[in-house]
Design a binder for this molecule. Structure first.
Ligand code: ACM
Length: 768
């Protein structure tokens, strides 16, 4: 993935193919309870506890009232909450303080036919238990329009629970596109449901300043509003096929004859959101991104730059000037107001993607660096960050910065948030330096990259601990978070779609000790009804067994299972985008001529899932080559340099060629940007229709037997694309081109033949 460019380029909707078959023993206890994240320990018992109108929630005097009230709210406020006094022996949900529970967010939950006992030391532990009870209750309770059943029963059980990681976060960028207060609360409620404890709010950026600062009113009077930009144009284009890309009209105004997009939160509104999150034991970490990403502020306060210029540099906008006292005065005044709104121990200063060119040209900076003994521009950025850190510390707060803050040296007391996958040593160096580290690598934790059938799996299996740390150093990795950058997320529905369900995989990854993906998938399926009741526009599960470029010899059959109950599948054959009024796919469809089928699943509310574009081509089995004197491996040619498309290598000269025995990026390849061309034969073991699944970050094209089998070209985030080719047993010519823009280094090729399970292309197929 090539830094922000990838974020901007990675627009292509991801799609397709075989969803992993779910294999969990039917009797597996973990699948009997729809809990995500799954608790550390759960044992079942016999009988049921019945909640009815007479059930009482009790809390000790002065403790846990807020958590008890929130449980009651989940039950439509139908129960009585009593504080202090003795609890009755039955029909009670009893909250008890237990000082022996040492984990910050730990709790014990015992459900018997007589009572529910919830024990915790902290309010946070008690609240996490409330959310466990919530997930044990029927999904219908989430629908506040529906009356609560007069009786609700819960299976008797015992749970002991505590999280593995202390930092379990989600991020939302409200600058590139703006999100309402109601949406922030909905987001927080989902964080609570899945036991997240950190909400990182990216409040300012080049495209908009979103929080009222009383001392600098123009930050929001002017900086919160903009005319439509090129990111909006992309959204508008995409909205023709997908209504989730329609720019939210709530945030469009007409002023002085201009149409403006934007909005901001008043301090009072934000304090209310903070209180909402605090009640749910979620910290909101505000990010005011500086010294870069400050265009919206500089527009109104040009004194912030070294030279008064406010424009885009080569990749990023020009930053504020760390060589003027007035900059620090501004920054400190802003953060004073931010700290008064946000009680979080952590304040995020950004520090990413700074174009330092103008600092280097500034006479003021040259003199300043000489005076302070600062040797280079990275050091100058460090001066800014370190000075701000001291300021934060003087107010009892800790500074967080994106991993660029390491470049000129950072104090070990700051926290580092890792994102640049192309700098794998950054989190290792930070942890060795003694910094606490939060992992949010672009792959797989930038949830603004288009989801495909592998995204949930990738997030579930992501290991937050990078290679190269001792066990002691690894303690510095305090957790992880996923980020939702919103350049191309202009609506609440689109935001929901991008993070749900993969955020549930992150929740379990970070909370639970034992991970069982098959069990998780079963439990995830049982979450969708609840999410539907919460009006979450989650992404539907992928169809089983679809490839984008299908081939058949005489005929083939398109046979699909609905991704979820209460969905319908609609398709077209004339190239148009299917709507809920298009023909419904209710039975297998026989295809015996070259066809183009477009289809989507629709939820009961009429919202379409991913659009699948399926090309069917008639093909004869390709004859193998008769060549006899082949050697093992494929020939791989290496083209250092920036190739934005795999096709561009054809007219270039490789730097070197070597033989490889697998289809990965060879270790010897070190350039940040390059192309690779693998050539030779696949020695395929039988006649059949071969499906190939090519995952690239950035891009690639696979040609087999002269057919372009998978086209996954161009620079983008890791996306899998698939295609088929009809092959006779033997040596079949193959060419695989791959391009890397910087940072992704992901190349995976899997196959299946005649519908067999997916496998990696083995070394003994590769010949040249
Ligand atoms: C980032 O994505 N620029 C932190």
């Amino acid at each position: 993935m090539k830094n922000i460019l990838s974020r901007k380029i990675a627009l292509v909707a991801a799609m397709f193919a075989l969803a992993g078959a779910v294999k969990v023993a039917a009797q597996d206890v973990s699948t009997r309870f729809p809990l995500v994240p799954y608790p550390q320990k759960l044992t079942t018992s016999t009988g049921l506890f019945v909640i009815n109108a007479q059930t009482v929630i009790t809390t000790p005097a002065g403790r846990y009232r807020q958590e008890a009230d929130l449980l009651n709210e989940l039950l439509h406020n139908k129960l009585t909450v009593k504080t202090g006094g003795a609890a009755s022996a039955k029909n009670v949900i009893q909250f008890i303080e237990d000082a022996t529970i040492t984990a910050d967010e730990g709790y014990r939950l015992q459900i018997t036919p007589q009572k529910i006992v919830v024990k915790a030391k902290t309010g946070a532990g008690m609240f996490r238990a409330v959310e466990t009870i919530r997930q044990l209750l029927p999904a219908d309770i989430e629908n506040k329009q529906q009356t609560l059943p007069s009786q609700l029963s819960l299976q008797a059980l015992n749970i002991e629970d505590a999280p593995v990681y202390a930092w379990r976060g989600m991020h939302l960028d409200v600058s590139r596109h703006f999100f309402s207060i109601a949406y922030l609360k909905k987001f927080i409620d989902l964080l609570a449901l899945y036991k997240f404890n950190k909400f990182h709010l990216h409040l300012t950026d080049d495209q908009g300043w979103r929080i009222e600062i009383k001392k600098y009113p123009k930050l929001t009077e002017e900086g919160a509003w903009r005319t439509f930009n090129n990111q909006d144009s992309v959204c508008m284009k995409k909205s023709v096929d997908n209504p989730d890309f329609v720019i939210d009209t709530k945030h469009i105004i007409h002023k002085n004859g201009k149409t403006l997009y934007g909005g901001f939160y008043t301090q009072a509104q934000m304090k209310d959101v903070v209180a909402y999150a605090t009640a749910r034991h979620i910290d909101i970490i505000p990010e005011i991104d500086m010294p870069g990403h400050m265009m919206a502020a500089i527009n109104s306060y040009p004194f912030l730059t070294c030279n008064g210029e406010n424009s885009w540099g080569k990749l990023f906008t020009k930053p504020i000037c760390p060589c003027n006292e007035t900059t620090f005065e501004f920054a400190q005044n802003v953060f004073d107001e931010i700290m008064a709104i946000f009680p979080s121990k952590y304040i995020h200063i950004g520090g990413d993607e700074v174009d330092r060119t103008d600092w280097g040209k500034s006479e003021v900076c040259k003199a300043f660096m000489q005076k302070e003994g600062i040797k280079d521009l990275a050091g100058l950025q460090s001066y800014f960050i370190n000075r701000m850190e001291k300021y934060f510390n003087s107010k009892g707060r800790k500074l967080i910065g994106w991993d660029e803050v390491l470049e000129g040296g950072i104090s070990p007391t700051a926290l580092v948030m890792y994102w640049r996958v192309w700098v794998p040593k950054a989190p290792v160096e930070a942890a060795k330096n003694g910094n606490q580290v939060i992992m949010s690598p672009g792959n797989p934790l930038y949830f603004d990259t288009p989801p495909d059938r592998n995204s949930v799996d990738n997030v579930y299996h992501f290991n937050p601990i990078p290679k190269g740390l001792t066990d002691k150093e690894a303690k510095g990795i305090i957790g992880a978070q996923a980020n939702l950058w919103t350049e191309y997320i202009p609506s609440e529905n689109r935001a929901d779609y991008m993070y749900m369900p993969r955020m549930t995989a992150l929740a379990e990854n970070l909370w639970s000790r034992d991970h069982n993906y098959d069990s998780y998938q079963v439990r995830l399926n049982s979450q969708y009804e609840r999410l539907g009741n919460l009006n979450v526009n989650y992404r539907l599960p992928d169809f089983d067994g679809l490839v984008e470029q299908s081939v058949f010899i005489d005929k083939t059959v398109l046979d699909l299972k609905k991704p979820l109950p209460n969905t319908t599948i609609h398709y077209t054959t004339d190239g148009s985008v299917p709507t809920i009024k298009s023909p419904e796919l209710t039975a297998p469809l026989t295809i015996s001529k070259t066809s183009y089928i477009r289809l989507a699943a629709f939820k009961a509310n009429g919202i379409a899932g991913d659009l699948y574009n399926l090309h069917y081509t008639q093909q004869a089995l390709a004859e193998p080559t008769a060549k006899a004197d082949v050697k093992n491996g494929l020939l791989c040619s290496y083209y250092p340099g920036e190739y934005k498309s795999s096709t561009l290598m054809a007219s270039a000269q490789p730097k070197e060629s070597f033989v490889v025995d697998s289809l990965n990026v060879p270790k010897a390849v070190t350039a940040p940007s390059f192309g690779l061309r693998y050539q030779g034969y696949f020695n395929v073991p039988q006649d059949g229709i071969y499906s190939f699944y090519l995952t690239c970050d950035d891009g690639g094209i696979l040609k087999v037997a002269g057919h372009t089998t998978v086209d996954n070209d161009g620079w983008h985030a890791p996306i899998e694309k698939s295609g088929q080719v009809a092959l006779k047993k033997g040596l079949q010519p193959v060419e695989l081109s791959f391009v890397e823009g910087g940072g992704g280094y992901t190349l995976k090729l899997k196959y299946s033949v005649n519908g067999s399970p997916l496998q990696t292309v083995p070394a003994n197929w590769l010949k040249h």
